[in-house]
Structures are given as structure tokens and as C-alpha cells.
Ligand binder design. Sequence first.
Ligand code: SF4
Length: 315
Amino acid sequence: MKNNQRVSRMTPEKDDPWIPVGVMGEHTFCKRAGIIEYESNKDDTGEEGIPVKRKFFNILYSINAIKNKMKKSFIQIIIYLCFIAVAVSLYMLHNNILILICLVATACYFLFRNIGQFCYLSYLYIQTLIAASKEPDINKKEPQDINWWSLIHCGFQIAASNEGIKDEKWKVIGRPFRILERGNLRIPVMKKLGQAKLYRQHFSKIAAYCHLLEIAEPGVSSPYGIVLFSNGYSGKSIPNYPGSSKSFHDDLISARKTFRNIKNIKINPPNRKLCYKCHHGRPTSNNWGVTWHSTCGDRFNWIPPHERAREKDLI
Ligand code: SF4
């Protein structure tokens, strides 16, 4: 390289670490949160906060998955009904009320659980049927409301990336929650818990995912990304326009600066309002309230002003 050739501000220094998109987003939200996520070495999953795991009423993102689960649930309902019929026949043969109560109670428990699940899946399936196909207008520069099923009806295929997508040049890596594919379009999808509101970090993250998808597959285009809210099917599209790209570039550079000096850097607490609902600051106790800990409290040796810390009179 010629000496007078300008080095892009996005080029990392030799020893700069790789930065996951999720960590960069947390760092934009609060530098302390970024440090906690960075030190935890967690992979980016395209999901913000702590994902809610629901065994029976979980959120499904493909119509086929809903249909398959409905089928499975229906077969189980039939099996438990047959089981109850057999139990009643046994009672008639042996006249043992205790056996009957035990068998029928167990079967009823599973039967009603399956009926509940079947109703829930039917409700989801109806939602997929009534959704009209609609996708965001790519010429608009503002976020637009979207419905997941309306997008799916526009002919997108849902893909999941098992590994992070890398940009070797900028040392940034990210794995969107899902990727919508149609022709040469690649639309990254991420999930956000809590309020249905967008903040700066969501614009940066979507621009980062779009950038990664575009460099991973030359010739594809990512004109916008999707943020799904609170484990549901509604969300917003964020256009991949120069303003979002600039936020991404600035936020990546800022995160690098913090992680470069992570041992010596002194980060003051942010605006206290941020801590009020932050999951890093939520105090928990495993000894009946004798001592309380939070990830942020332990890492930075303080009591974050989380709403739960106030409720428990810790501050
Ligand atoms: S509790 Fe407050 S300081 Fe700690 S990570 Fe959350 S927002 Fe940042």
C-alpha cells in the first residue's frame, strides 16, 4: 500500500478483537452492557435480552411447522382418548375404582394439555390464513409496520444461519435470527423483547446484518431488515439507508475503542433510566434474600438502580 493511500476508518487495528453484532448493539445501548456481553463470549443469535423458552405455546415461524405440530397434537389427543376408553373398560372388567381414577386422571392431564396446545396452534394457523400479503415499501426511509405472515405470503423462504456471517476485513460477525430469501433479496430478521419501540442500536444492528449478507453472497441485496417484537408476529422494517449504515460504522468503531482497552477503561454508569429494566441489572438471590446479585452489579461493583432493586429496598 502506498504511504499516501488513506486507510478506511473501518479498518481495524492489528490486535482489535472480532465484534459480534449483538455485542455491538448492547454497547450502543450501554457501554457496561457491551462489556458484560463481550466478556461472556456468547455467540450472536439475533435475539435481544433473555429469550423466553415456552414448551407448549412456543412461537413458530413457518406455516409448515404449525401444520406439523397440529397433526402431532391431534394424534396425541386421539391416543389419550383411546387410553381413557381402555381405562374405563378395565374398570368394567375389574371394578377397581382406584386404578380407574389414577389412569383417567393421568390421561386427562395430558389430554387437556394437548387440547390446549391444539387450540393455540389452530389460532396461529388461522392467523396465517387471514394475513394478506404485504411487504415494506423499499423506497420509504422510515420504519414501517410489518406482520410476519404477510411477509411470508409474499413468497419469501425462511432460512436460518447456523454459523455467524463474517466480514474478515472489518472483523465483525453476526447471525440474524432468521433470513428471508426471495430471488436475490436477503432480509435479515432480529427479535427484540420488551416494548415495541426502536432505538439507535436496532438501526445499527440491521445495517450490520444487511452489510454481512451482502458481502457473504455477492450479487444479493438487503434493502431493509426486520425487527420482530416480544415473541410475536408483528414488528417493524428498518431500511438499510445511509443513516443506518453510518450508525453501524460509528457504533462498531466505538465498540472497538472500548474493547481495545477493556482492562483499563473506566466506564461511568449511564443515564439511570437505562438500568431500570435492564436484565443485566436485575438483582436475584439464591439464599432467600440474604444477598443479592446482578451481572452488572457484580462486574462493576455497584447496585444498579433496577426496578427490582428498588422494590427490595436494596438502594
Ligand atoms: S444495569 Fe445499567 S449500567 Fe448495568 S448494563 Fe444495564 S443499563 Fe448498563
